[in-house]
Design a protein around this ligand. Structure first.
Ligand SMILES: [Zn+2]
Length: 508
């Protein structure tokens, strides 16, 4: 069925014009009447409905029509025979804040079919939100962006460096006000990272107060919960409590069970979530398609006793051993990079616990921390999560990511989980990448193929689509994504960015 590997650019009636300038619309907006017609595509409309063959016309940044359409005189025509045409992928958990200034074409992102990348997850956002949005409008990227207000960011605005304690009621009130302000300035919701240094000192009441402010503006609560390891169930219960008390829709970030003690317990985890959903909690989660996470070294020690041999030994054992931890970045000693904790311990003639403590001390002395990848999730849990209708696909990566998810997430799901393993149907996988995140963001005119919706589009070959990024080569581009349009403008074609930067900074 899907045999044709290449698109043919057909030109109807006005060949010279279109051949000379097939892409000349990408630096300036198209004239209102200029159209592009994509014919013979297998349409995956984003709703999860079965594929159907059809044509789609783009006019003035939007989808003008869908169905059995014939080329108009002078119209640019793309023959998409053998290809799937889907809404552009919305990555609801993306870390590209630092990347847009130096890499506005965002090659690793659009090469995956991402047309909207949501920034500021895990509690860490730019501030003030208004300035960031203005900056992005002045210097647009190839893809659309939007931003959360970060809980830790706001907490630091209020508490400064004195954050290693519970906040006072007055401070909480101030944080709620700043959340309110951030929402007014265009944030799409509140994010938290409760496993990290600043956010971890907060209590539930503080989060409820801030989430209420976000909810009053129609925002959502995106959360990297307090524990994804031994206490993952307690952390989930707290998350649900916050959602219920603040009446806020939730996106549980990168759902996972990351230690030996909880591995394999996805069915129980899912049951707790289903019970909450049945009570009316508006709960969605996102998941990246890898069995390894990427974070800082200290995150594995939940009691924060980073130099206590007992705590460290337990943390290492919980991951499955010192060979499950790889250093990806460490400024004080770059020779550690690329090695496992087990290898470093051996070469330094130390125990893994001693080696861990040494890296912590060297990091502290340089006021930095090692970045690590931890292999501690199992496939059956990942599969169980992906098969839930309320789980979205998100990367948790971004421009310049040291984890292969930064360049591979969406093609990996379509190539490995859909085509090779049959965990999901293609339309269902597309729904998780498009209309489901759009629904979470309350966006009615993105994430779906519908007349009048924005023409954020991906054309890909379902027989070849695949990630190529690895832990050794995290930036390697995927294959199979043929064309990507953002707001009706072609941004990715013939395996490279077109140079167009039609991305918008989106708000609620
Ligand atoms: Zn996170």
């Amino acid at each position: 069925m899907f045999t044709r590997r290449h698109l043919v650019l057909l030109v109807v009636l006005s060949p010279s014009l279109a051949i000379l300038a097939p892409l000349n619309f990408h630096s300036s907006p198209s004239p209102a009447d200029a159209t592009i017609l994509i014919i013979n595509a297998q349409l995956a409309d984003g709703t999860g409905a079965p594929l159907r063959e059809g044509a789609l016309r783009i006019r003035n940044h939007r989808i003008a029509s869908i169905g059995k359409l014939s080329p108009a005189p002078g119209e640019q025509v793309l023959d998409a025979h053998g290809l799937v045409l889907a809404p552009g992928f919305i990555d609801i958990h993306n870390h590209s804040i630092d990347g847009f200034d130096t890499d506005p074409l965002a090659e690793t992102q659009i090469a995956q079919g991402i047309t909207t990348a949501i920034q500021g997850p895990d509690g860490d956002s730019p501030w003030p939100i208004k300035n960031w949005i203005e900056q992005r409008r002045k210097h647009p990227a190839a893809l659309n962006v939007a931003v959360f207000a970060g809980h830790a960011t706001i907490r630091e605005q209020v508490m400064g460096k004195d954050f290693k304690r519970l906040a006072t009621p007055q401070e909480i009130e101030k944080m709620a006000q700043l959340t309110w302000q951030a929402m007014n300035e265009g944030a799409i919701g509140l994010s938290s990272g409760l496993e990290y240094e600043v956010g971890s000192y907060s209590n539930t009441a503080e989060l409820v107060a801030m989430a209420r402010s976000a909810a009053e503006h129609g925002g959502l609560y995106s959360t990297h919960i307090r524990d994804e390891a031994d206490k993952a169930f307690d952390a989930l219960v707290e998350e649900i409590e916050i959602a219920e008390q603040a009446h806020i829709p939730v996106d549980h970030s990168h759902i996972k069970l990351g230690t030996i003690a909880v591995q394999g317990k996805a069915p129980e985890y899912i049951r707790v979530i289903e019970e909450a959903r049945n009570r009316g909690v508006d709960f969605l989660a996102d998941c990246y398609p890898y069995d390894a996470w990427h974070s800082n070294l200290k995150v594995i020690v939940p009691d924060k006793q980073y130099e206590n041999p007992k705590s460290v030994a337990k943390a290492i054992a919980d991951l499955g051993g010192p060979d499950h931890l790889i250093i990806t970045e460490f400024k004080p000693n770059t020779s550690y990079v690329g090695h496992t904790l087990a290898e470093l311990a051996k070469s330094n003639k130390l125990s893994p616990v001693e080696m861990f403590i040494r890296i912590v001390r060297e990091g502290d002395a340089a006021n930095t921390e090692a970045q690590v990848i931890g292999h501690s999730m199992i496939e059956s849990d990942i599969k169980a999560f992906y098969q839930q209708p309320w789980v979205m696909v998100a990367s948790d990566g971004g421009i310049g990511s040291a984890h292969p998810r930064g360049a591979g997430t969406f093609p990996r799901v379509l190539g490995r989980f859909v085509r090779e393993k049959h965990w999901l149907t293609l339309p269902e996988a597309i729904r998780k990448m498009t209309s489901l995140p759009a629904q979470r963001l309350n966006w009615k005119d993105r994430g779906i193929l519908r007349e009048g919706a924005y023409a954020d589009l991906v054309l890909f070959d379902p027989t070849t689509i695949l990630d190529h990024s690895t832990f050794a080569k995290p930036q390697e581009l995927p294959v199979g994504i043929e064309k990507v349009f953002v707001n009706g403008i072609l941004v990715w074609s013939v395996n490279k960015p077109t140079g167009a930067t039609p991305g918008q900074a989106l708000t609620r």
